[in-house]
Design a protein around this ligand. Structure first.
Ligand code: C2E
Ligand code: CA
Ligand code: CA
Length: 587
């Protein structure tokens, strides 16, 4: 189609040049030669003030369109053009749509004559091809973004006048890039065509489906009754796209996310409507893929906040606004501090200390977590080396690894490098990955653990119990430690069946030769219970919150004289109480 357009453009240019040449240097007789019955194009001669002297057969459609006959004057707007031409203005082309056709008219003064000639050309097919290219997508034949926006304007102004609703659904495929890369472009293209036809099948004829670019489609839903009607269409679109596609012997599963906005509830102008739908889409994609999501105003604030955090974070890393706090981990059996977890804190210049729960997800999304994670590792190793050298160790420092870092090339080399640079013994470093990450990327985790353990670094599974993985699957993982998530420690509340998950995880983990750490221990009761299970380590507010490094150092120094004593007493009492209770209940 592009070739055809190029050809037409060339032909059009040639004709224009030919006409221009005649204007400049040809004699009156040559101009007049074009004025003839034989000319298949409409031609006319008019007086220099716009009365028609002659029109050939083809020009009769123009006269009919203007409701005039030979001898009558042209409509005002054309008369103006004629007068200008007669006064020597350079000729221009003017478009005229009539009788289902599109004509281009050129008004030319003739040298030494008191009349002007009007030469017309039928440019209908040129215009249609141009329109097809300008307004429709080559691959799917659907309207493109330009036409989509045009229609949106029309639909919204109609909705505004009639008081009806309109909805925009923006649809983005969840795995298109992957399919394109693994199966090739031809299959990717065929999939897009398949998707276009499924989308068309879901809508009513008054609705519009467009391909907005790449793997993004848009639908304008005209006059839904209410939000339920909008949700029903979104659900229908999702279910239709979920059905597998058979292409070239491949069964392809594709899923999509949809961002929706409803007019006039969410926004007034077409631009705002599109922007809101886009916001809802990206919101959905990062939180809950494969679903539809309606725009809500809160999204603006969230995105705004996320953006400003992201911006501040970049500079903050350079300005040294981040610090590490350390939370001690108590080895129950020996009543000693055998480790600590390094937890990042951001001392934001305006907002004060900000929780990692707030900025880590933003850092992950923007990939800033990579340099940030490197900084955390280096800082934690440097600090731990200094404490060891000062005779306060040995204690193992645990550092959290995020999913983005986990997939970073050269992670193991980076860790090795950091250990070399800081001089920390690799056995004094532990890396924590979450259960969901470990299970999602089982093979990668197993490989990483193996490579790390080759030079002495250990790995633990964080937040265990939240990822719904089967406990027996654990034995495939060469990890040294499992951290029971706080939620299951909270569950230890003295009631009859409390602490069941903590018990199961401890028993099974031990049977696979792993150590168990319980997170978020806040009460003596929990400590006593975990002790009775044989849980190896505990971490929690019960005996320390995460501390700035100077305070943590003090904590280490004073531990033997304060906590170690108190804990051993309390533990003894606690266990005695437990035995006493047990004795009471069995007697
Ligand atoms: P996490 O790895 O599960 O860390 C444990 C969180 O529980 C910490 O929150 C800690 O302060 C908190 N906590 C410990 N004991 C108790 C307790 O007894 N009660 C209560 N209510 N909470 C307790 P924090 O420091 O806010 O960190 C939150 C999360 O942020 C961490 O969860 C971790 O996922 C992430 N994070 C923190 N630092 C880093 C880091 O350097 N890198 C990465 N990638 N993530 C980090
Ligand atoms: Ca952790
Ligand atoms: Ca955790």
């Amino acid at each position: 189609m592009t070739n055809r357009l190029e050809h037409l453009i060339a032909a059009n240019e040639a004709l224009k040049a030919e006409i221009a040449k005649r204007i400049v240097d040809t004699a009156r007789s040559e101009c007049d030669a074009l004025i003839s019955e034989e000319n298949p194009n409409p031609v006319m001669r008019v007086t220099s003030d716009g009365a028609v002297l002659y029109a050939n057969q083809s020009a009769s459609v123009l006269l009919a369109h203007w409701h005039i006959n030979i001898g009558d004057r042209l409509p005002d707007e054309w008369r103006v053009i004629v007068v200008e031409a007669a006064n020597g203005k350079q000729a221009d082309e003017h478009e005229l749509r009539c009788a289902g056709k599109i004509f281009s008219l050129t008004v030319l003064a003739v040298v030494d004559a008191d009349y002007v000639n009007i030469y017309g050309r039928d440019i209908t097919s040129f215009k249609e091809t141009e329109d097809q290219i300008v307004n429709f997508d080559d691959l799917t034949g659907l309207p493109n973004r330009a036409l989509f926006q045009d229609r949106l304007h029309q639909v919204l102004s109609y909705a505004r006048r009639s008081g009806k609703l309109a909805a925009v659904h923006l649809i983005n495929l969840d795995r298109f890039k992957e399919i394109n890369e693994t199966l090739g472009r031809n299959i990717g293209d065929a999939l897009l065509q398949g998707i276009a036809s499924r989308l068309l099948n879901c809508i009513r004829t008054s609705d519009t489906v467009a391909r907005l670019g790449g793997d993004e489609f848009g639908i304008i839903q005209v006059e839904p009754n209410d939000n339920d009607g909008v949700a029903i269409l979104a659900q229908k679109l999702l279910s239709s796209l979920k059905q597998p596609f058979e292409i070239d012997g491949h069964t392809i599963y594709s899923a999509a996310s949809i961002g929706i906005t409803v007019f006039p509830d969410d926004a007034q102008s077409p631009d705002d409507v599109l922007r809101n739908a886009d916001l809802a889409l990206s919101y959905g994609k990062s939180n809950d893929r494969g679903n539809y999501r309606f725009f809500v105003a809160q999204m603006h604030d969230d995105i705004q906040r996320r953006r400003s955090i992201e911006e501040d974070m970049r500079g903050g890393l350079e300005r040294g606004e981040f610090v590490l706090h350390y939370q001690p981990k108590l080895h129950i059996g020996s009543n000693r501090i055998t480790g600590m977890e390094a937890l990042i804190r951001w001392n934001h210049p305006e907002q004060g200390f900000m929780s990692p729960a707030e900025f880590i997800p933003v850092a992950e999304r923007s990939k800033l977590i990579v340099p940030m994670g490197e900084w955390v590792l280096r800082e934690a190793c440097t600090r731990n080396k200094a404490w060891t050298d000062a005779g306060l160790g040995p204690v193992k420092v645990a550092v959290n690894l995020s999913a983005v870092q986990f997939h970073q090339d050269g992670l193991v080399e980076m860790i090795k490098h950091t250990l070399d640079d800081t001089g920390l013994d690799p056995t004094q470093l532990e890396l924590e990955i979450t259960e969901s990450l470990a299970m999602r990327d089982a093979e990668a985790s197993i490989e990483l653990c193996t490579r790390l353990s080759e030079f002495g670094v250990s790995l633990s599974i964080d937040d265990f119990g939240t990822g719904y993985s089967s406990l027996s699957y654990l034995k495939n993982f060469p990890v040294q430690r499992i951290k029971i998530d706080k939620a299951f420690v909270d569950d230890i509340d003295g009631k009859d069946d409390s602490g069941g998950i903590a018990r199961a995880v401890t028993t099974l983990g031990h049977s696979f030769g792993m150590e168990i750490t319980a997170e978020g221990v806040e009460t003596e009761e929990q400590l006593v219970f975990l002790d009775s299970l044989g849980c190896d380590e505990i971490q929690g507010y019960y005996f320390s919150r995460p501390l700035p490094d100077a305070e943590f150092e003090e904590f280490l120094k004073n531990f033997e004289n304060t906590w170690a004593l108190r804990l051993s007493q309390e533990r003894r009492q606690g266990i005695d109480r437990r035995n006493w209770l047990k004795a009471q209940s069995t007697s």
